[in-house]
Design a protein. Sequence first.
Lengths: 419, 603
Amino acid sequence: MRERKSIFHNLDWYLVGFYLLFVFMGLISIYAAVYNPESPSILDRSQLYGIQFVWIMSSLLLATIILMLDVKIFSSFSYLIYGVSMLMLILVLLFGKVISGSKSWFHIGGASLQPAEFAKFATNLALASFLSNLDNNLKTAKTVFIAGFILLIPTALILLQNDTGSAIVYVSFILVLYREGFSGNFLILGFVTAILFVFTLMVGKYLVLGIIAAITIVLFLITQKARKNLFTLFGLFAVIVAFVFSVDYAFENILQDHQKERIEILLGKKTDLKGAGYNVHQSLIAIGSGGFAGKGFLQGTQTKYKFVPEQSTDFIFCTVGEEWGFLGSSLFVFLYLGFLVRLLYAAERQRSAFSRIYGYGVASILFFHMAVNVGMTIGLAPVIGIPLPFFSYGGSSLWAFTILLFIFIKMDSYRLELL
Amino acid sequence: MKSNYSKRKYVIISIFLVIGLVYLLRLFYIQVIEDKYILSAQNNVIRKETIYPSRGLILDRNGKVMVANHVVYDILITPNQVGRMDTLRFCNLLDITKVQFIELYKKARKYSPYKASLFVGQLSKEDFAYLQESLHEFPGFFSQKRTLRYYPYPIGALNLGDIGEVNQREIDRDNYYSSGDYIGKNGLERFYEQELRGQKGIEFVMVDVFNRKKGSYKEGKYDTLAHPGKNLFTGLDAELQAYGELLMHNKLGSIVALEPSTGEILALISSPTYDPALLVGRKRGENFNKLLNDSLKPLYNRALMATYPPGSTFKMVNALVALQENAITPDTYFSCQGKSSQPIKCTHNHMTPLSLENGIQQSCNPFFWQTFRNILNNPRYRNSHDAYEAWYNIVKSFGLGEKFNSDLMFESAGNIPSKAYYDKAYNGQWNAMTVRSLAIGQGEILITPIQLANMAAIIANRGFYYPPHLVRAIHTRENLTKSATNKKTVSVDRRHFYPLIEGMEKVAKVGGTASRASMDSIVVCGKTGTVQNPHGRDHSVFIAFAPKDNPKIAIAVIVENAGDYGGTWAAPITSLMMEKYFYREIRRKEKEKQILEADLIPK
Ligand SMILES: [Zn+2]
């Protein structure tokens, strides 16, 4: 029988500190983004910042509750939590409300809830539970298949809601799988695939094929080994040729027009400043015009005068970039990296595989969100509507990220025990 | 249990750090190195608004406003700021079709996607009121207030002129203008463009994404004030101008009325004329083309541009030269053989021989032929060519054969043939007989109606004139223009005018060639003329001034195709103009009716 300890015992104050700092910075940014001179109080609940303040307060309450729970329930009930979460995803498909094209919201009373946000920590728990079982080894096809299945169910359900952004987040679990023994070749394969994909679309399939063919011939001529493995070499070449053609085909025939357009804009092949490119263009202007030191708090003209759409949610980073300049945005990047590295450090020190895997899941999800969200505002990632954790306005995402993080903080405070 | 894959944490950390580094470099590039985003941000937010000053007014001599301003609104477009909007509703508010909308959009985009240009111009206050409330729903569109010309009286179109959008040539010539600005195109509007236009102001305002104004940029640090245009105080008499236009209705020709003592133009009428309001607003282009293609040429300012052989009216100039050159005296008598006179026959029946006074009264051709012959055969000169030179110089001092260069647009110079011209035409072999038609104002000599009026003013002044001009003062009534102070003296002594004026007085009295010009209590001095017209009926000409002493008005009237003798139409019109000017009302209703009902336009 464990003795009952204070909820602050062994708590990682760095992680808690980062969390508090981020929600505070987020609130300030939302305040600046939707600032209304007639209601300057940050607590004014008729304004978005007043509502976000309530979400933050309730999130802190939620965090405290998690810290007070018995740490065992996360491992014991992980599959149950996962099951309930998947059920919610199905229910929202049946009874949900369509908001901006996605059927992913529950309307309960005055509040809206997005089950996809909560599915992240549930999936993370289930995956951690499954992989921490010593019988399961990612070198076996069976384990890979089941792990993939655990990830595929929420991905598929969220895709069915037409919420591509939230579904793509599950790609981030590849880092967790890699950490737990999944072949690194897949990571490289993924990377090479991405490079080929981008190049095929940017310079055209024939040029890419020409370059690949040239490399193959050079390899064939200069290396003994290649000549011996003639079959492998030409097999590989054939696969690449097939891939390049399928990318081209998929792009032209399978992707929807608006998806195609977003990718083309990202690759610089198209500069339509009216339609899909408008958000990114305005976002770049806002951040770029911040200069080195920024325009100052509440002084961002692009922010104040609403030139960037969805500025309190997906494009919240613009406010940071415009009003605080390069100083502020680089500080943001450093803080976020510090936070992620601290998460990995904390994950690695876990005695139990379950909490380590969960910790990696948390770091991977938060990293992916940050990379895609900030990348999109500075024109390095396609426009995928996912929030910047702890910064973006929205109750569901703040609650879900708080739960995601604080479950790990709770686990971490028991890091010396086997869960 | 420690995993075997612990070292893989370094790969994962590296991925995080590499992405972080890439983002830092990208942020450094867009925020610190690249400037274009700062410019784009300013383009988004800062709107340069031109503040158009109100254009100067044009007033008549009694303070009546002849050209005023009224407010209209232009809708401008910045094509690359146009966003999603209810196009159909916008079209309805502007009263245009969707097809027109697309055309206008393309035109603006072709001009510049970034710069604002005119979309739909000149909405009235009432039309704009509907649009104004919802204009912010249409990103990329905004309004600009401007003033249009407004004419309280539909008169004086050619004198006042008109304004229109600047063309490329005008923009190239003066960088004050930019596309869509207005500039004086004709008349006073053009001549006094610099004074009337004032100085544009610039205001930098900040707008939000819906183009709603959010305040001035940097507290107006870069703004400049607009200075209103200056008013023009003309010498025109709006009532007289209106009455003259009325009298000339259904007639071709012109009336020029001057105040002799100042050279101010009281009325300048070219008929047919048009309502100046036709060349204002959205229909300007269409109406202009209609006027341009009108066979009666209403855009042609006959009073300034049409040239005629002055006929008998020129006999007075010859008389003055003769007196000045001592070729005749007031007591010189010449005989007249009536219709059998040689080389020029007389068209009147009168006593003979006769003196200058009666010669003028009867407009006796033989009298003036003999006068002219005396000028050219003057013993003062070696030969008639030198005498002609002297004649020529005195005639030129009357402002004939050249432009006045005051503030009149598009004057003709007319023509006084030079000695060199005749030398060439007759190979040096010519004399008084050769150029005899000059004696009675025919031949190569050409004079415009305004020169004719000025001739009357010179006689009224007994020897001097101010070049006829429309504007007396600018900005304030005391600030006189150059033309208003440019006194010229003719090369004929004052004393020689008196016998001439006695003759002119008789012309207007019963028994003279223009007895129709007489008024009861004011002594009118006049001279008839007939301009031979090879294309149809002759033109009727009359010049006059009144009163005889201390004259207040000098007039020239030309009625084209009016038939023989100036007395028929030009004299009664002159008489009615004078009545209007002196009494402000017409008592001779019968006479007026006769003129108003006359239709002398050749069919
Ligand atoms: Zn006679």
